[in-house]
Design a binder for this molecule. Structure first.
Ligand code: ME8
Length: 628
């Protein structure tokens, strides 16, 4: 049994996870599950990048201590990976003590190799990328090429890593190891960067407090990229658990997005060389996703809402779509229409129908998995194709050609549907003389579905188990790829499961997976929001305002004082039902006169044509508590 160590980038906690993060992580999950089925001892790592100037700033904007802010966003990443069925073996956070110790040890190893020195740096810095840019990489307004936002001029005395010294060794390594950087286009990009020459890089910051202290000079912190790259070794015990470290290092695969290639294919290997550690075996930089031809961006509202997609369509169609639709090394453009088309064609029609028809026939004519007692036309072809499909799709998965692997599997799905059409088992089952032939055909379809359940498991684990349950197996993955080396392992006589549709068809007019997002001009900042003084307000008294059927007059307690408020909620609430409830009051709204009565604030409520619903705090909380 081999080992396989696969990693994703560790994501910045400057915002909750988005589809880009999910894309890499889903791909890594497919690889991890694939290698486990192939029999490897897999270690699959993902996590969060929590230090640096950007995070320091954002925590401040949220009015939170850095660690608390990081804890909150890291929890969001974990929740999202749970939702997407990500089977990572470990989740690393760069604020973990163990990681921080490893970073310092790594720094020392490089220092002791004579590759760290003190020098001055001046340059354009993008806080969001946490990197310096050359002037010619910026646009005319000095905006960074990734975020399109202004860079800052930074001038500091820093520690430097002697990167330039490693240029020749790196070139040699890349030339001698053609698979080290993939795809080919990215390899060429790195080669030409190396040919242009390398400059030494700053690896510490004197102005950033939120980071790992430089072990030889605690007045500085280690540059966030050096800190982050170390996650790949700290997570498996560098400097702490030699045995685990030796078992998994070097990584077999670093999966990354194309924008962070230089860090992974130049800076990281050079540092590993300096520290005397072996290099990762393979770095694969995938393309970038856009939506409807435009860059994904929260500020413009051009986002792909993962939660929304998963809630509407289920986790497996989301995993399937992103790996099937795009070629992994290339950029890809998402549209709702493409999602629906794939879902209906590949999942509802091809796979859903195959399972439905097979199970329907099997249950109608046989009460358990039938015996394959009468071979006939097409059977050998189906058997050979099953075995060959597995061989091909596994080979494509090893190359990270996810789309091709799925295409290969779907050719087999479609071939089985055609087999049913060609052989017409429903006709054969109706006559006594050909009933055993019908049983054989249905057996072959069920056995084909067993093959499919194992082959799609890396992509769609939930669906795989649902298929297995229906064809008479247990709803767990208790096989590996060795069970696909021969045909006919499904045992005749197994009781069949309940038929349940896997993928209900999407009716196009109802398919609106994307909530509408406000335009940039309509967005507010956290500071704008903080201007609102929202308070828990306990209703002490309530009565109707005479002469109107819309207004209630409330007296509420907001801790420090009582307020009188007039609210237009009388058509949905009686005064009695509100007394004793804790509502939310906008406490710093200028008082206004309504029907001659002074209203000292506003109660929050949602309003529709049918009526309104006030915001009620759902458990006991002292009046006056701030609502944020
Ligand atoms: O760069 N399409 O973190 P990050 C596809 N912390 N993938 C995308 C994407 C898009 N539009 N946007 C982001 C960092 N990604 C560092 C990494 S590693 C030692 C430190 C994915 O939060 C892609 O994998 O900016 C990309 O590399 C990663 O998210 C960047 O995440």
């Amino acid at each position: 049994m081999g080992k396989f160590y696969v990693t994703t980038p560790i994501y910045y906690v400057n915002a909750p996870p988005h589809i880009g993060h999910a894309y890499t992580t889903m791909a890594a999950d497919v690889v991890a599950r694939h290698r486990r089925l192939a029999g490897d001892d897999v270690f699959f790592l993902t996590g969060t990048d929590e230090h640096g100037q950007n995070i320091e700033r954002i925590a401040k904007e949220h009015g939170m201590p850095e660690q608390k802010y990081c804890d909150m966003i890291a929890a969001e990443f974990k929740r999202m990976w749970g939702k997407l069925n990500i089977s990572n073996d470990y989740f690393i956070r760069t604020t973990d003590e163990r990681h921080m110790r490893a970073v310092q040890k790594f720094f020392r190893a490089i220092y002791e190799a004579g590759d760290i020195y003190k020098g001055h740096y001046e340059g354009w810095y993008c806080v969001r990328c946490e990197r310096f840019y050359d002037e010619d990489e910026l646009d005319e307004d000095k905006n960074c090429p990734i975020h399109g936002l202004p860079v800052e001029w930074v001038k500091e005395e820093n520690y430097f890593f002697a990167l330039s010294k490693y240029r020749d060794r790196l070139l040699k390594h890349i030339e001698e190891n053609p698979d080290f950087i993939q795809p080919e286009s990215r390899r060429n990009e790195v080669l030409s960067l190396l040919e242009e020459g390398l400059e030494d890089v700053s690896i510490s910051r004197s102005t950033v407090k939120w980071g790992v202290p430089v072990p030889i000079d605690p007045s500085q912190t280690i540059y966030v990229w050096m800190d982050a790259l170390c996650n790949y070794i700290s997570a498996i015990g560098y400097g702490d658990d030699e045995e685990t470290f030796k078992r998994y290092w070097p990584a077999d695969l670093h999966l990354i997005g194309k924008e962070i290639l230089r860090f992974h294919a130049i800076m990281w290997p050079a540092m590993l060389m300096s520290a005397g550690l072996p290099l990762p075996r393979r770095i694969f930089a995938h393309g970038w996703l856009t939506k409807e031809g435009k860059k994904l961006s929260k500020t413009t509202g051009n986002i792909i809402d993962i939660d929304g997609l998963v809630e509407r369509f289920g986790v497996d169609p989301v995993r399937y779509f992103f790996l099937r639709e795009f070629s992994f090394g290339k950029d890809g453009d998402y549209t709702d229409q493409a999602f629906i088309t794939r879902y209906n064609a590949d999942l509802a029609n091809d796979l859903g129908n195959l399972l439905n028809r097979t199970l329907g026939l099997a249950r109608k004519h046989f009460d358990s998995v039938p015996h394959p007692s009468r071979p006939g036309e097409h059977d050998d072809e189906i058997r050979d194709m099953a075995i060959e499909t597995h061989r091909l799709s596994a080979e494509k998965l090893d190359r990270l050609a996810f789309d091709e692997a799925l295409e290969t599997i779907w050719n087999f799905v479609r071939r089985l549907n055609k087999y049913i059409q060609q052989t017409e088992p429903w006709r054969l089952a109706a006559e006594e003389g050909t009933r055993d032939r019908a049983g054989t055909i249905i057996y072959n379809c069920l056995e084909g579905l067993r093959f499919i359940s194992v082959m799609i498991y890396p992509f769609m684990p939930e669906t795989s188990l649902k298929i297995r349950e229906q064809i008479g197996l247990r709803g767990e993955m208790d096989e590996d790829y060795s069970s696909l080396e021969s045909w006919g392992r499904l045992k005749p006589g197994l009781p069949l499961g309940e038929p349940k549709p896997l993928f209900p068809r999407i009716k196009v007019e109802r398919a609106t997976p994307q909530p509408t997002k406000p335009k940039e001009e309509a967005m507010i900042t956290i500071e704008d929001f903080r201007k609102l003084d929202l308070r828990a307000a306990k209703v002490l008294e309530a009565e109707r305002v005479e002469g109107t059927d819309r207004l209630l007059k409330l007296v509420v307690d907001i801790g420090t004082e009582r307020r009188q408020v007039v609210a237009g909620i009388a058509q949905s609430y009686s005064p009695e039902e509100l007394v004793g409830k804790t509502l939310v009051l906008v406490a710093n709204l200028k008082p206004a006169k309504i029907r001659g009565i002074e209203s000292q604030g506003m109660i929050l409520a949602a309003e529709s044509k049918e009526g309104c619903a006030v915001v009620i705090l759902d458990r006991d909380i002292p009046p006056g508590t701030r609502v944020r």
